[in-house]
Design a protein around this ligand. Structure first.
Ligand code: GLC
Length: 539
């Protein structure tokens, strides 16, 4: 995107399946999104990242695409999409599409053809070998599936219904360029690139992430599609180091505007990854935030996020979704949004939606939950079922995918269907948009204020471009930092714990921009921070 506009944007992520159903089939749809544009406008976000809406058998809820240039019938049709685009644009909201380039669905025409014979012209669109090596699928088990009819194995880093495309084949790459240009011509304003760091893989050498051809591939994508156009881009990179992130996001290299890196958000992963979470400390989080803020300064650009459709709800994870629900949700929002970078808000985060707990495994829909259960419990016996379920309650992806809670009516106002595709979280009776809008002290208004400060206040430039400096390092449960430029200093002080903490800090005549409690307990020399209290002070 030109003119550094991405630096000023705030993105709202929508998981279409769970956002708003207008047809009564228990599944969200495009018209549902259009009907809620005023809500997003009210919040103040100026970009929507739309999770995949392409034709798909929905084994991985759209991350398994069977036609890149057609709309999923479950969600509507191309007219609905064009209407969404137009209505969004009327309100000054831009639309970012989700591009899944690492793999297609096994239902894609290319794969069906490829599978039909070794000689088929689509065979080389995918990755085939006579013998598998020991690369593991990210969803558990081997990354190779045997195709009986042609007597070879195909490679799939995700589910076996998500075969990886062969990025060494120039014909595939050309097809992808054409597809991306098709959406650019339709008028979309941005792209989120799914698992982009897997494209340069060298399978025989067992290199999966950050492969040798990765940046060349991305640079060519840029040159042949979105480069030089009014398009914002972000890549999903679970394996990005600072050095990698700079390569992607240094404007001179003409790759992407920014990436999602996951170092902060995987700090609490344990022995078996997300399924065995451990406690995170304020110091660990503070160090990683600092590392990325300083690491990309003037060299690249950060994305800022705590939630998405693959992550549990942050208020349940690092906050307290009972006793300090509003306080901790607001503290986490303040902590993340006042940094340098482009903030991403995931649907429901702005009202403090929480994790869910279904009592049976069969109630869960997520393909990752079921394949990891097979791998970790049934096949390898590494975890007991109870241990695994505990992991699902804390970290499973369906926590983020329960229907959006609009009001306290039937199915939280999400759908009039008897059965929604995933059961609504029972706490919709009090955690919902209608309540949040009515209550001026709600989490929603903290998000709204954060967006306002970033985009429209006199502090805007300081928040977008100001220096970043950690402060209050001597307090083990406090995360503090200062943003500053020649006009302002802005101090962010967050209590990342349930303890009450006395902090030596002079409030004096500093202007209090945000406080997630009604007042501040202070004397001339210090402040007493309440559990999860967060303050933003400017001077
Ligand atoms: C990304 C998506 C996730 C999906 C996976 C495979 O990580 O965010 O939802 O399952 O890629 O496409």
């Amino acid at each position: 995107m030109k003119n550094h506009e991405w630096k000023k944007s705030v993105v709202y992520q929508i998981y279409p399946k769970s956002f708003k159903d207008t047809t009564g089939n228990g599944v969200g749809d495009i018209r549902g999104i259009t009907s809620k544009l005023d809500y997003i406008n009210n919040l103040g976000a100026d970009f929507i990242w739309l999770c995949p809406i392409y034709k798909s058998p929905m084994r991985d809820n759209g991350y398994d695409i069977s036609d890149y240039m057609a709309i999923n019938e479950l969600y509507g049709d191309m007219d609905d999409f064009v209407e969404l685009l137009e209505e969004a644009h009327k309100r000054g909201i831009k639309i970012m599409m989700d591009l899944v380039l690492n793999h297609t669905s096994s239902e894609h025409k290319w794969f069906k053809e490829a599978k039909s014979s070794k000689e088929n012209k689509y065979r080389d669109y995918y990755i085939w070998r006579d013998k598998p090596n020991d690369i593991q699928s990210i969803f558990g088990g081997s990354a190779w599936a045997f195709d009986e009819s042609t007597n070879q194995y195909y490679f799939h880093l995700f589910d076996k219904t998500q075969p990886d495309l062969n990025w060494e084949n120039p014909v595939v790459i050309k097809e992808i360029y054409q597809m991306i240009n098709f959406w650019i011509e339709k008028g979309v304003d941005g792209f989120r690139f799914d698992v982009i760091d897997l494209l340069g893989k060298e399978i025989d050498k067992k290199i999966v992430e950050n492969g040798p051809t990765l940046h060349k591939i991305i640079h060519s994508l840029n040159e042949n599609t979105f480069g030089g156009k009014h398009i914002m881009t972000v890549g999903e990179t679970w394996g990005a180091t600072i050095e990698e992130a700079i390569k992607y996001s240094d404007p001179k290299r003409k790759e992407l505007n920014m990436v999602f890196q996951f170092e902060h958000i995987t700090l609490d992963w344990g022995k078996y990854g997300k399924w065995t979470p451990k406690k995170i400390t304020a110091q660990e989080l503070r160090d990683v935030l600092k590392k990325w803020q300083l690491g990309l300064k003037d060299k690249g650009w950060n994305s800022l996020f705590l939630c998405n459709h693959d992550l549990p709800r942050i208020v349940s994870r690092w906050g307290d979704d009972e006793k300090y629900h509003a306080e901790s949700a607001k503290m986490l929002a303040i902590l993340i949004h006042m940094q340098q970078g482009t903030p991403f808000i995931y649907q429901g985060e702005e009202i403090g939606m929480t994790n869910v707990r279904y009592n049976e495994l069969s109630k869960y829909e997520d393909v990752e939950i079921h394949s990891s259960y097979k791998d970790l419990v049934l096949d390898s016996g590494k975890m007991t079922k109870d241990e695994f379920m505990d992991g699902v309650y804390k970290m499973g992806r369906d926590n983020a995918r329960t229907p959006m809670q609009w009001d306290d009516g039937l199915n939280a106002g999400f759908s009039i269907s008897k059965n929604t595709w995933l059961p609504v979280n029972p706490n919709y009776k009090y955690i919902n948009v209608a309540n949040s809008l009515q209550n001026k002290e709600s989490i929603f208004y903290t998000y709204k204020e954060l967006i306002y400060l970033r985009k429209h206040s006199c502090y805007s430039q300081t928040i977008i471009n100001g220096e970043y400096e950690p402060i209050l390092l001597e307090y083990k449960d406090i995360i503090g930092y200062r943003r500053k430029d020649s006009n302002y200093n802005i101090d962010i002080i967050a209590n990342f714990s349930k303890n009450t903490i006395k902090v030596d800090y002079l409030v004096e005549d500093k202007k209090l921009l945000l406080n997630n409690y009604k007042g501040i307990d202070l004397d001339e020399k210090s402040i007493l921070l309440m559990p999860f209290q967060a303050l933003v002070l400017a001077y």
